[in-house]
Design a binder for this molecule. Structure first.
Ligand code: NDP
Length: 454
């Protein structure tokens, strides 16, 4: 059987054994298709059935989380932890609290995480978890009780050398704090079992900024290779959470002009440039919707989701030179990328996980005047800095902001070089999707072969 047929068969097998898991299938399709040139060149991966094994999580845990809301009513949610692959180190990957969370979403995120973590060059396996719990509109007390109830189950799995979760959508410093408190109480241990911790109790400086900063460092590398820079570029950013905020911050530092942000209610276009201090206050302190932005900034326009054209994300209709999707999966469709391209956009750098659909990616790769930075490379700065937090915890050290930021910058440069050089090695110079997938896969697959059939 040829490699192409073998991949087809594997994808069919996923469809049969994981029915309805279309997002996981989408992630697997992108990666496995990209591995074809490597699998055709080196037969050891087929001989050791690496592909069959790598698409199966090593362990999947699903549990009930019941907490008491402020009206003294018990509320129950599904909790998940998918420990996908530990070939390179302890399972590592964030926790997502969002109503859309289900096994499909957690598997897609966990699968991507394996290769992303491998690209960082740090000793981290891949995992992901979360719950279909919506933190929006909940009181601090409700959030705390939910986080504690979640930890009643999660603590059985995690530990500094076993599985080290972090934040993701809906899980920031507040939630990590409540979960860490519960972990300590349940285990009687103060160790680095979670990252994204508070700065005076084991957290790393620059972790909050890391994913957004890293994504912009990656864009800078792409542009530099093509003889350009971020200076003066008008940028569209989606999302208004952790990744988006620090993408905006770093874009300003490199002389670019970010003019949009978005959330689940709509998007802001501010032709003068997004007011970073206002954005941080609304989202990080007051936890308000973006519509509030226009009350304080008259130069800005808010467009509600209800007025988006069918099948299009409004934020991508704003003319820009570069786009940074930093909200969620499948938020940039084929119609969106066509609009962006027609309006002059020539770079997409993914801060979110899998924000572009497969046909949108194909479109970007088909244009030789377009630069595309895929998520698993471009947004690896967050988990890389979580890895740096683990190192600091293990050695009882605390590095300065600049030390961590410099290491982050170096890691992002290395990821770009690794992905770019791999794309050249396989005769597709500049195809960073192929480069990142093969470079990430190779290290994990070789470690799996070294460690035998387990
Ligand atoms: P946050 O929860 O801080 O922010 C998410 C933002 O995206 C919010 O503005 C939210 O709007 C918006 N959003 C979420 N879901 C949707 C949706 N279905 N439709 C429209 N808008 C939506 O999360 P992060 O910034 O941490 O994460 C953003 C993305 O980056 C995710 O894909 C995440 O997996 C990825 N990522 C995050 C890392 C990190 O270190 N935090 C690391 C690597 C990747 P609203 O508030 O209205 O819901």
């Amino acid at each position: 059987m040829g490699v192409h047929e073998y991949i087809d068969q594997t994808l069919e097998h996923i469809k049969r054994t994981s029915p309805g898991q279309t997002t996981f299938l989408q992630a697997a399709t992108e990666i496995l298709r990209n591995l074809e040139p490597l699998l055709s060149r080196e037969d050891k991966y087929l001989k050791h059935r690496i592909i069959d094994r790598i698409v199966m999580p090593e362990r999947t845990t699903m549990f009930r989380v019941t907490y008491m809301n402020d009206k003294n009513e018990p509320c129950s949610h599904f909790g998940y932890r998918v420990e996908f692959n530990s070939a390179l180190g302890p399972y590592k990957g964030g926790l997502r609290f969002h109503p859309s969370v289900c096994l499909d979403i957690i598997k897609f995120l966990g699968f991507e995480q394996i290769f992303k973590n491998s690209l960082t060059g740090l000793s981290m396996g891949g995992g992901k978890g979360g719950a279909n719990f919506d933190p929006k509109g909940k009181s601090d007390g409700e959030i705390m009780r939910f986080c504690q109830a979640f930890m009643y189950e999660l603590y059985k799995l995690i530990g500094d050398v076993k599985d080290v979760p972090a934040g993701d959508i809906g899980v920031g410093g507040r939630e990590i704090g409540y979960m860490f408190g519960a972990y300590k109480k349940l285990t009687n241990r103060f160790d680095g079992a979670l990252t994204g911790k508070g700065l005076n109790w084991g957290g790393s400086l620059a972790r909050t900024e890391a994913t957004g900063y890293g994504s912009v460092y990656f864009a800078k590398e792409m542009l530099q290779k093509a003889g350009g820079s971020l200076e003066g570029k008008v940028c569209a950013v989606s999302g208004a959470g952790n990744v988006a905020i620090y993408t905006v911050e770093k874009l300003y530092q490199f002389g670019a002009l970010p003019v949009t942000v978005s959330d689940s209610t709509g998007f802001i276009y501010d032709k003068e440039g997004i007011d970073l201090a206002l954005l941080k206050r609304l989202k990080e302190v007051e936890r308000k919707g973006l519509v509030e932005y226009v009350n304080e900034k008259k130069s800005a326009i808010f467009t509600p989701v209800s007025s988006y054209e069918a099948g299009k994300n409004g934020v991508w209709t704003v003319p820009c030179d570069a786009a940074f999707p930093s909200a969620t999966q499948n938020e940039l469709h084929l119609a969106d990328i066509k609009t962006l391209y027609a309006n002059g956009c020539r770079l997409v750098c993914e801060g979110a996980n899998m924000p572009s659909t497969l046909d949108a990616i194909d479109f970007m790769l088909s244009k030789n005047d377009f630069l595309f930075g895929p998520a698993k490379a471009a947004n690896a700065g967050g988990v890389a800095t979580s890895g740096l937090e683990m190192s600091q915890n293990a050695s009882m050290q605390k590095w300065t902001f600049d030390e961590v930021d410099n290491k982050l910058h170096t890691i992002m440069t290395n990821i770009f070089e690794d992905s770019y050089n791999t794309s050249v090695e396989f005769g597709q110079a500049g195809n960073l999707v192929l480069g990142a997938n093969i470079a990430g896969f190779r290290k994990v697959a070789d470690a799996m072969i070294d460690q035998g059939y387990i």
